[in-house]
Design a protein around this ligand. Structure first.
Ligand SMILES: [Zn+2]
Length: 465
């Protein structure tokens, strides 16, 4: 512990300039966020012409009718145009908020609001909660038209939207209501850890955030998700029997097997699992069940169980803890830095004793270019995991000595193609665009890899004989 604290202290000495040098952080944040935004626009411009290609790649040609291919290209084109506009629009809003000093304004509004209830500026945690609420509404209201357009124009046009305007508004209000219940105690506890642990906050805050994530794993599916979707036990039948048999062969601690009415909102489909190490739940979208045969859905689950078998969620959690540690290790330099707040137009009296929440928010803006790079790395890791889970499905026949699973790779391939076709997912992908945005390999890459896994596992079987 002491070694860690001395290391952290040495980082702070290197960053001591933050507290004293009058750096123009605001201009720097503006410049970098525009660079990131323009880079993302450039990626879209690289990707865009691919939506005009007249035919799918050879490897996929057999799976796409002309009609489906044309539809998927048109959907991709519309989505790309929308993303380009939405990206520039959001960046413009963020840039204006920064330019016109909305952050110091929100802090002052929060202060006046709590003043009405008799709380003065000495109640920093209360004011912080008010500040977050003001800021949330100011920054999220302008993006509502984007979701309206995306849902009711874009998705509607391509036949995916199932949401009625009533459901849209209800979802939005429910989301806000849940946020208002969870955010205040979370912010209060988060800030309290800082006050209580002082400069030794790093391990305590990490423990707090990890505990919060674990609580959410339990609370989300039982208390929050039922407010939006209906989870019902998967009906008895071939699919249920297959999945239960697969889970028990792999000793996957399956507690509940659900079907979710994902089709209530959208026709996009999927499957996933969640839960604590000793009790897991599998959720399958009704759309997936409708569109694929039971043995193909089983193959999708075999892939999902591959993620579990190789501890992918745990590994990602560990990576995110390391990431969090790195962020928190840099933070103290910005925590006691009046110069940083001054650079973002906060008045002298607020800047003199920087409120933790404000310092944290500004700090996050300052390191956001680093976060873009971390995102590319995380995507690369996630894509590796996807290949690994696909390979797992192909190797099950040997692992479980189950002849009937010999075609698992074919079934998975068919299910992936069906999902891809039904979702009208993009067929041609620019490599740089994909490296930056995609957490999953493209369909072409996955089918090619499945081919390889299958022949590898077939020759392994011959050797065994
Ligand atoms: Zn996966």
């Amino acid at each position: 512990m002491d070694l860690m604290h001395s290391q952290l202290a040495s980082i702070q000495r290197h960053l001591a300039f933050v507290a004293v040098e009058p750096i123009d952080w605001k201009t720097y944040v503006q410049a970098f966020s525009w660079v990131v935004c323009l880079f993302e626009s450039y990626l879209l411009l690289r990707q865009y012409p691919l939506y005009s290609k007249p035919a799918p790649p050879a490897a996929l040609a057999a799976h796409f009718t002309d009609e489906v291919f044309t539809k998927s290209q048109a959907y991709g084109r519309d989505k790309a145009k929308f993303s380009l506009f939405a990206g520039l629009y959001k960046q413009t809003i963020d840039s204006l908020l920064l330019h016109y000093g909305v952050y110091p304004w929100a802090w002052a509004v929060g202060g006046r609001a709590i003043g009405k209830f008799g709380y003065g500026p000495e109640y920093e945690i209360v004011q912080s909660i008010a500040f977050v609420f003001v800021l949330f509404f100011v920054s999220s209201l302008p993006t509502i038209p984007l979701s309206v357009y995306s849902t009711f124009v874009l998705e509607e046009k391509h036949g995916f939207n199932k949401i009625t305007p009533g459901l849209f508004v209800a979802d939005l209000l429910k989301g806000w209501a849940i946020g208002s219940v969870i955010a205040p105690p979370f912010i209060a506890a988060f800030l309290y850890v800082f006050k209580w642990a002082g400069d030794r906050f790093v391990p305590w805050l990490m423990a707090f955030l990890l505990a919060f994530q674990l609580i959410m794993v339990v609370i989300y599916p039982t208390l929050i998700q039922p407010l939006f979707n209906k989870l019902s036990p998967l009906a008895e039948g071939e699919l249920r029997t297959r999945i239960e048999a697969l889970a028990s062969k792999l000793r996957f601690p399956l507690t509940h097997l659900y079907e979710i009415d994902g089709s209530k909102r959208s026709s996009h489909s999927n499957a996933y699992f969640y839960g604590l190490p000793w009790s897991k739940h599998i959720v399958i979208f009704d759309t997936l069940i409708k569109e694929s045969r039971p043995d193909e859905v089983e193959a999708v689950l075999a892939h999902e169980l591959g993620h579990w078998y190789y501890l992918h969620p745990t590994k990602l959690l560990l990576v995110s803890q390391v990431h969090l540690f790195a962020i928190l290790a840099l933070f103290p330099a910005f925590l006691h830095a009046p110069q940083v707040l001054r650079a973002f137009d906060f008045p002298a009296d607020v800047s003199a004793q920087p409120p933790t929440i404000v310092a944290f928010l500004l700090f996050q803006m300052i390191i956001s270019p680093l976060e873009a790079i971390v995102g590319i790395g995380m995507n690369a890791v996630s894509r590796r995991f996807e290949f690994q889970a696909d390979r797992f499905a192909c190797e099950l026949q040997h692992m479980l000595k189950a002849e009937e699973m010999a075609d698992m790779g074919d079934r998975l391939g068919r299910a992936l193609v069906t999902l891809h076709v039904k979702n009208l997912s993009t067929v041609w992908v620019d490599w740089l665009y994909s490296a930056y945005h995609h957490s999953h390999p493209t369909l072409t890459e996955r089918l090619r890899a499945l081919e390889g896994f299958r022949s590898a596992s077939a020759s392994a079987a011959k050797k065994e004989l």
